[in-house]
Design a protein around this ligand. Structure first.
Ligand code: NAD
Length: 478
């Protein structure tokens, strides 16, 4: 028996959870369920995180969490419980298989079978946002080496275990050379450890277009958080319905399994929702806890049910489908098919699908880190960069000079274009001469000078080299 925490969630959540549990228990899942209440009711009772401390204790104790979708109320500062859970529990890997069920479920992509491995803890989802001027807000995009190593190694280990042939990485490192650049670099490093698995990198924009048009060109895909969020919904939708895909959120200690879709409040309480997405999540959970025989039995019965043409409204199509059923009837049909295998669709074998055992991240020795300049960000509500440069030059120190000003990343001084639109948020870069070394005291002195000259500084970013390699980007146009 494995103890499993279950949350029935909101909207269609309770219906699809009941259907899912009924199916897996009928198939012989050896699980001991401990139910918790999370989501809308908890939010509306005044808890902005949507979950109580007691529920956290239960989740952390049981380690395995099967969660139905929840509704995050709009406005009122309610934090997304999904994002919080993934980050609190260190669920770094989000695995989302998206497979076509042609010819039984209508799709433009009959031979699609991809798995999106989405980084789950960092990137723009760090949620660190600030308004800095009247006109400009910012969100920090944080990418860490451990974050990259863990998710990319997970993708390759998954490909190896599942006998998949290729891992593709999507980033936008032609623009974000530091953040996405690190992700791509770590991908290249780790790919070398798996010579039998093909690897490739695509720029996300054309990669996403290719995936939506020719998904059969891909196998396992690995990418940073935001891209993975968007692309996995697209991938699920083009297999036939977002209602068909499940996801596993895997950490070193705990894991959470769910459907990829939301709580579909308009469909709630009508016995119409498709429980397949959550069922797919539950099947991944059964594999993860080593009950691979039960997982296999359920998956084959599910495939057979779809093959029989027993479909919920979201995938029902005259001609292809045979019978339109509700949530409960669909579950009963899957239960009736337990022990049977599909005949046209390929039956699955999960003999080799238990939880992956990955090595722990090992921190590398620290690089030689040298301070080589500072970017001082300034709120200045005027538009002529030459005037700002004249102001900023007044705060220069001996041997440390203003070298560049950018506005939203584009160089506007020296030698800017008068056509460049400027908002009220400026980055002023100060660098030492060849013969000068710079210290943090110099930064403090620059800031002190700025205050004395009535310059509205809003933040600084130190410029470092790491083992003599620049750890910052140039200005666009520099
Ligand atoms: P949604 O995924 O709930 O619905 C999108 C569309 O897909 C709707 O037309 C819906 O009817 C349909 N759909 C979704 N699941 C279905 C299923 N199982 N069977 C049949 N049709 C299905 O997305 P939304 O409307 O943007 O969000 C609704 C709520 O869900 C919001 O409060 C949002 O915050 C929440 N949400 C929760 C999760 C989660 O808990 N993991 C994920 C996404 C959204």
């Amino acid at each position: 028996m494995t103890k499993v925490t279950v949350a029935k969630g909101d909207g269609i959540g309770p219906e699809i959870m009941d259907a899912t549990l009924e199916i897996i228990l009928a198939a012989g899942a050896k699980i001991d369920i401990e139910e918790i209440e999370v989501g809308e009711k908890v939010y509306l009772a005044g808890n902005t995180s949507g979950i109580s401390n007691e529920s956290w204790d239960i989740i952390r104790r049981n380690k395995i969490f099967l969660k139905a979708p929840i509704t995050t109320p709009q406005g009122g500062g309610y934090k997304s419980l999904n994002v919080t859970t993934r980050k609190f529990l260190g669920l770094y890997s989000n695995v989302r298989p998206c497979m076509s069920l042609h010819p039984f479920v209508d799709t433009k992509h009959p031979v699609m079978d991809i798995v999106i491995v989405r980084e789950n803890e960092e990137d723009l989802y760090a949620g660190i946002e600030h308004q800095q001027t009247d006109e400009v807000v910012q969100c920090l995009k944080l990418i860490s080496r451990p974050g990259c190593e863990k998710i990319i190694r997970y993708a390759f280990e998954y490909a190896k275990q599942q006998n998949r042939k290729k891992v593709t990485c999507f980033t936008k490192d032609n623009i974000m050379k530091q953040t996405d650049g690190l992700f791509h670099q770590v991908f290249d490093e780790i790919a070398k450890e798996y010579p039998k698995i093909e690897n490739e990198h695509w720029i996300i924009d054309i990669g996403a277009a290719k995936m939506a048009d020719t998904p059969e060109a891909f196998d396992v895909l690995v990418m940073p958080n935001l891209y993975g969020d968007v692309l996995s919904d697209i991938a699920a939708q083009i297999t036939g319905s977002v209602g068909l895909a499940g996801s596993a959120n895997i950490g070193e200690e705990c894991s959470m399994f769910e459907a990829i879709h939301g709580s579909a409040p308009r469909r709630a309480g009508q016995n119409v929702a498709n429980p397949s997405g959550l069922l797919q999540g539950a099947i991944m959970m059964l594999n993860h806890i080593g009950q691979t025989d039960v997982a296999e039995k359920v998956q084959n019965a599910w495939l057979k049910t779809l093959e029989d043409g027993t479909h919920t409204y979201d995938i029902f199509k005259e001609g292809t489908s045979k019978q339109k059923v509700g949530t409960k009837e669909f579950a009963q049909a899957v239960i009736a098919n337990l022990g049977h295998k599909p005949s046209t669709l390929k039956p699955v074998s999960y003999a080799n699908s238990a939880a992956l055992n990955l090595p722990k991240y090992i921190r590398k020795p620290a690089a030689k880190k040298e301070l080589v300049g500072v970017d001082i960000f300034v709120h200045w509500p005027q538009t002529n960069p030459d005037e700002l440069a004249a102001k900023m030059k007044k705060i220069e120190l001996e041997g440390i000079h203003l070298s560049m000003i950018t506005n939203r990343g584009i160089k506007v001084w020296p030698d800017g274009f008068k056509e460049t639109f400027c908002t009220d948020h400026w980055r002023c870069r100060f660098k030492p001469n060849e013969s000068t070394t710079m210290s943090k005291m110099d930064i403090a002195q620059l800031l002190k000078n700025a205050i004395e000259k009535d310059i509205d500084t809003i933040k600084t970013e130190n410029l470092y080299t790491f083992d003599d390699k620049a750890g910052y980007s140039l200005g666009q146009g520099q």
